[in-house]
Design a protein around this ligand. Structure first.
Ligand SMILES: NC(=O)c1ccc[n+]([C@@H]2O[C@H](COP(=O)([O-])OP(=O)(O)OC[C@H]3O[C@@H](n4cnc5c(N)ncnc54)[C@H](OP(=O)(O)O)[C@@H]3O)[C@@H](O)[C@H]2O)c1
Length: 323
């Protein structure tokens, strides 16, 4: 029987976009890489890559390609899904068929074909549209992406006993070969991304590929059922923060250097700082008076919010400010 020494990774949707960056990542790590997608990518010339041009919604050709993939290159180490519907026709049905049903069919078809003795990894690429609304994308894209996340969790439980880990990677908008020029030419859009993203820039397809590679590595051997956002922290921000960044405004009480400062999250922001216990001196009498006013305001807010009497904690203040 043929022995297969190199790890074998199947990448669904690896013929363009982020998928191609994932293909290059695994090729550079010495894997045998099988790729599903219609068009033949340039990497298909590489000796350790095989391309299967197959339509994911056609059951018979798809299962023939999966059988051939295992027969030629052996059991899988990793299975990565990046496909999304780009076809003509009803986008609702298209997204459900291409993103959801094809993913389920392939996992069901291949879960018994993972290499024994190592942990296998399945990574499903989702999108921030699984929890936010991207109004340039159809409803089916949102519904499919949200469902993929729960599908990943379900399979993480079902396949855990077989040593197969299942996780999601959730990118924000990233620069890929096909879109890079559009974003690089569009300076106002670039500046806007720099302004609103905590890490101060757009991400790249290669950075998404890096997180996928991590989830498929021994470094992630005890990680399953998780979702890793790759968006520079953008999805952490609530609308007020985004609106202020977009408008170039800062909150009057915001403290960039110390975000746990009570002033940053309370309506009494802007008043002099509260005196520290034991730190007061005669020279600070004025600010002590202001401090008493702030404490009185805080006590009122605490009572209104139903918190017990006692020193204010920062988490309690945050609750007040965001409720
Ligand atoms: N790009 C972003 O900024 C971004 C942001 C958030 C999330 N994502 C997610 O990241 C993943 C990759 O995005 P992308 O923009 O790089 O995608 P993309 O460029 O549209 O590539 C999609 C891939 O899926 C394949 N595919 C689609 N429908 C297929 C079908 N019916 N049968 C066979 N293959 C099919 C395509 O192959 P062919 O073209 O050869 O048919 C291609 O390889 C997607 O899941 C997307 O939702 C992307």
């Amino acid at each position: 029987m043929k022995s297969h020494r190199r790890p074998h990774t199947l990448i669904v949707g690896g013929t363009r976009g982020t998928g191609r960056a994932v293909v290059r990542q695994f090729l550079s790590r010495g894997h045998v890489v099988s790729v599903i997608g219609h068009r033949r990518p340039p990497e298909a010339r590489r000796a350790n890559m095989r391309h299967y041009s197959v339509e994911l919604t056609e059951a018979a050709p798809l299962s023939a390609a999966l059988r051939e993939c295992i027969r030629r290159d052996g059991p899988l180490s990793n299975l990565v899904f990046l496909q999304r519907f780009r076809g003509e026709g009803d986008p609702w049905q298209g997204e459900l068929d291409v993103s959801l049903t094809a993913t389920r069919n392939i996992i069901e078809g291949l879960s018994r074909h993972f290499a024994r003795g190592t942990t296998g990894s399945i990574v499903i690429v989702s999108s921030n549209s699984s929890r936010l609304v991207a109004d340039e994308q159809p409803v089916g894209y949102h519904a499919a992406k949200a469902a993929l996340w729960q599908m990943a969790r379900w399979y993480a439980v079902a396949l855990g006993p077989r040593g197969i880990r299942v996780n999601c990677v959730t990118p924000g908008t990233v620069l890929k070969a096909e879109s890079r020029e559009f974003y690089l030419r569009n300076k106002p859009l670039q500046r806007f991304y720099r302004k609103i993203t905590p890490l101060g820039r757009m991400g790249t397809a290669e950075e998404v590929a890096g997180v996928i590679a991590f989830l498929c590595s021994p470094a992630a051997s005890f990680v399953t059922g998780q979702d890793i956002a790759v968006d520079g922290g953008l999805s952490l921000l609530w609308q007020e923060s985004l609106a202020r960044k977009a408008a170039g405004l800062t909150h009057p009480g915001s403290s960039k250097s110390n975000s746990s400062d009570e002033r940053a999250c309370h309506p009494a922001a802007g008043l002099p700082p509260l005196p520290q216990h034991g730190a007061g001196t005669g020279a600070e009498a004025g600010s002590h008076a202001a401090g008493r006013r702030v404490r009185a305001a805080l006590a009122g807010a605490r009572a209104a919010a139903g918190f017990p009497a006692g020193p204010f904690s920062v988490p309690a203040l945050r609750l007040c400010a965001t409720a």
